[in-house]
Design a protein around this ligand. Structure first.
Ligand code: ADP
Ligand code: MG
Length: 271
């Protein structure tokens, strides 16, 4: 896991605008104005003028109508909005699971929405960890096997075979970290909702992603279990500098992020 807190960046002509953060320390940036590097917000994931519509029979349903969004490195950004406001759509577009009708998406300084499919897959497998409201664990696999699945897919069978021991150790370490070191051989049906989501978080981290994209990660959990899962996400953010973009319809969950973006009428209102 990279620790972004200690990374050092040098500004270039195309560097994003820098905004000192009032909250947590951000990446260090060298500027012309100061002798020593300063802590700033650095955009990691960004969308510009994003449009997306779905077709349902004869009807076209506009969902996103020009969404400008920024998630800064090392921060938790929450996306809040009513059911049907396009939160999942936006998250899926940023996670390269779908393409917009119009607009641009950037990860770091790379435009991602127009990449060929293979490059999008590689980017997603290598840089993005995805978690969902209903966990999406494979029911026939154990906790440990579920966590290893993305690594198997991204390495391919032969390469995976060569590094399976290290990956298994990493998966065990991650399961330990999310408090499931004692549940390695359990199947999803033998786990509680909170344990399934913690397994999904460990699975999302196995490829050492730069950003975690979480779609209603507490949406199917009772309040206390939801708070525990959120506490785990905050711990990952604070201790490892993991950037998190989290979709929720729950204001009290959204309030715990570093910044909140509200989706309404297909556009964003920064809160
Ligand atoms: P949210 O996550 O905020 O609840 P979604 O992004 O899932 O909202 O959906 C936004 C709107 O787009 C909803 O009206 C939904 O019915 C519609 N929608 C989402 N995905 C599809 C799809 N694949 N085909 C048709 N309509 C869709
Ligand atoms: Mg949704």
């Amino acid at each position: 896991m990279s620790n972004t807190m200690s990374d050092t960046y040098t500004t270039t002509a195309t560097a994003p605008a820098v905004t000192p953060s009032p909250k947590k320390p951000g990446p260090l940036v060298h500027t012309d104005r100061f002798d020593t590097p300063i802590e700033v917000d650095k955009p990691l994931l960004r969308t510009i003028g994003l449009h997306k519509s779905y077709r349902k029979g004869q009807h076209i349903i506009p969902v996103l109508r020009g969404v400008d969004f920024v998630a800064n490195e090392g921060r938790i950004t929450s996306i809040i909005g009513q059911s049907g406001s396009g939160k999942s759509t936006l998250l899926h577009l940023m996670g390269t699971l779908d393409v917009p009708d119009q607009g641009e998406i950037y990860f770091e300084d790379q435009r991602t929405d127009n990449l060929p499919i293979r490059q999008r897959d590689r980017l997603r497998n290598g840089q993005f960890g995805l978690i969902f409201q209903f966990y999406h664990l494979l029911p026939e696999l154990t906790t440990l096997e579920n966590v290893l699945t993305p690594a198997m897919i991204s390495h391919g069978f032969f390469k995976y075979w060569g590094v399976r021991k290290q990956l298994k150790e990493r998966a065990k370490h991650l399961l330990d970290m999310v408090g499931l070191g004692h549940r390695l051989n359990h199947k999803p049906r033998e786990l509680s909702g909170g344990e399934m989501q913690r397994t999904a978080i460990a699975r999302a981290l196995v490829s050492d992603p730069k950003v975690l994209l979480a779609d209603e990660p507490t949406g199917n959990l009772d309040r206390q279990t939801g708070e525990e899962v959120l506490g785990l996400l905050r711990k990952l953010n604070e201790e490892q500098g993991l950037t998190i973009v989290m979709v929720t319809h729950d204001q009290s969950i959204a309030d715990q992020a570093d910044s909140i973006v509200r989706l309404a009428e297909g556009c964003v209102e920064t809160v």
